[in-house]
Design a binder for this molecule. Structure first.
Ligand code: C2O
Ligand code: CU
Length: 458
């Protein structure tokens, strides 16, 4: 609306200040440095692994492992990763969900030139927020992630209690007639739908693995959806499962896990108790699609360990009540048209953006949107299409405040939100990290076909 009464403007201004005041102290906190430096080499290269019940599979992997090595640091540690690119195409590493100096974000043509085959780059930053994060390339994700390049990055709280931890990296693979990863990437079909959905669902590279928990045992299960396009909705049946962190950050209280939707990019930490009898077998099912998928089987063995009593969650999540009434600062319309390098172009506000993976440094992107540090800001996603778009913002945490105009009070932060067909989703945030940050769909095929933009925070 063009005419806004000054009175409304003032009261809206005050409301926005109140919303920022609620969350800024939490979002702007910085841990003291531990002075420790954790150093590690990551080498991305084609390799051949015995996967899928011993069948051998040609993949691309970090350090010859799939998923890549789990990196574990403490809050306040400095992580220094020397990345070596032994792939036949340029790559970079992006640290998904991590708040870090903009220059370490791993985005080609934005924060660094693409790293050519044979090239290397040193990433270094202080781990600031405890939680489950991950790393992956930010060029041709449709091929590089699909072939196996991803791994978890876990930032521990200094005083975390000892607990048994289980990590699940979920993926799905589309294999061709020879049983290898189908090399037809970014097809018209992928683009007309929700990206590449594979036919073989894997957990840590295995099909429906078996896991044994002791009767009454309590574990922390960290789950990452590293698939190109598939959305998972894991169901733990009779087990007592609570969400204690989402996209890294702790929830304000343990939340029910009965409608747990994990879009590509999302992570969840579950407090899982094997709350059934010795000898029981729980089939963990994915119930996102009408045809359900078997993810894993958990067998209940004899009770071996005492139940670790968990401390109350340290998370802080603002309610941001009344935020649904505030006008959006920026609206992002999500849609597609025919054309572009793949035949279908996915766009944000009618503009496609592409990572130039050929020429090194010449083409730098200018951010079309600007946000102010410390100011409460509302972003609106309007999905004009009939497809799914998990929208991911780099370098900041946000919270959903409304869906289709109805207020939503999610009790957790996010860095990736699934926007359903024709849906409008409003998110609130207080930008804290200066720099140029990507906003994009985390369906790799949509992203590579243009569904990206840049937001400058200053
Ligand atoms: Cu996990 Cu820009 O992405
Ligand atoms: Cu999308």
């Amino acid at each position: 609306p063009l005419a806004i009464l000054p009175a409304c403007k003032d009261s809206e201004g005050r409301a926005v200040e109140r919303l920022a005041a609620e969350a800024s102290p939490f979002l702007e906190r910085k841990p003291a440095s531990t002075g420790r430096i954790r150093e590690l080499d990551l080498v991305a290269a084609p390799t051949n692994l015995a996967l899928l019940d011993g069948r051998s599979l040609d993949v691309w992997a970090y350090n010859g492992q799939l998923p890549g090595p789990t990196i574990r640091v403490m809050v306040g540690d400095t992580l220094r990763v020397r990345f070596l690119n032994r792939l036949p195409q340029p790559s970079t590493i992006h640290w998904h969900g991590i708040r870090l100096p903009n220059g370490m974000d791993g985005v080609p043509g934005v924060t660094q030139p693409p790293i050519p085959p044979g090239g290397s780059f040193v990433y270094e930053f202080v781990a600031r927020d405890p939680g489950t994060f991950w790393y992956h390339p930010h060029i041709r994700g449709s091929e590089q992630l699909e072939r196996g390049l991803y791994g978890m990055l876990i930032v521990e709280e200094a005083e975390a209690p000892p607990e048994r931890e289980i990590l699940w990296v979920l993926d799905d693979w589309r294999l061709d007639e020879t049983g290898q990863i189908d090399p037809r990437f970014v097809t018209r079909g992928d683009l007309a739908h929700d990206g590449r959905w594979g036919t073989v669902i894997t957990v840590n590279g295995d099909v429906a693995p078996d896991l044994v928990l002791g009767e009454g045992e309590r574990v922390r299960l960290r789950i990452l959806n590293a698939a190109n396009g598939r959305v998972f909705r894991p169901d733990f049946g009779a087990f007592d499962a609570r969400v204690i962190a989402f996209d890294g950050l702790a929830t304000a209280r343990p939340l029910p896990a009965d409608d747990l939707v994990l879009a590509p990019g999302n992570r969840v930490d579950l407090d899982l108790v094997a709350s059934s009898r010795q000898g029981d077998r729980i089939r963990v099912m994915d119930r996102f699609t009408r045809r359900e998928n078997h993810l894993a089987t958990i067998r209940v063995g004899p009770s071996l360990a005492p139940i670790v009593v968990r401390r109350p969650n340290p998370g802080f999540v603002p309610t941001w009540s009344g935020a649904e009434a505030i006008a959006p600062d920026v609206t992002f319309r999500l849609n597609a048209k025919l054309g572009g390098p793949f035949g279908v172009q996915w766009m944000i506000n009618d503009h496609p953006m592409h990572h130039d993976d050929q020429s090194p440094i010449s083409e730098w992107h200018e951010p079309p949107y600007r946000l102010r540090r410390g100011k409460w800001t509302k972003l609106r996603f309007v999905n004009e299409s009939a497809r799914l778009h998990p929208m991911h913002l780099h370098g900041q945490f946000f919270k959903v405040v409304a869906r289709d105009g109805r207020p939503v009070d999610e009790e957790h932060w996010r860095d990736t939100v699934l926007v359903g067909p024709r849906e409008t989703v409003d998110v609130g945030l207080v930008p804290t990290e200066p720099g140029s940050w990507m906003l994009h769909c985390h369906i790799m095929e949509h992203q590579d076909a243009g569904m990206m933009t840049l937001i400058a925070v200053d």
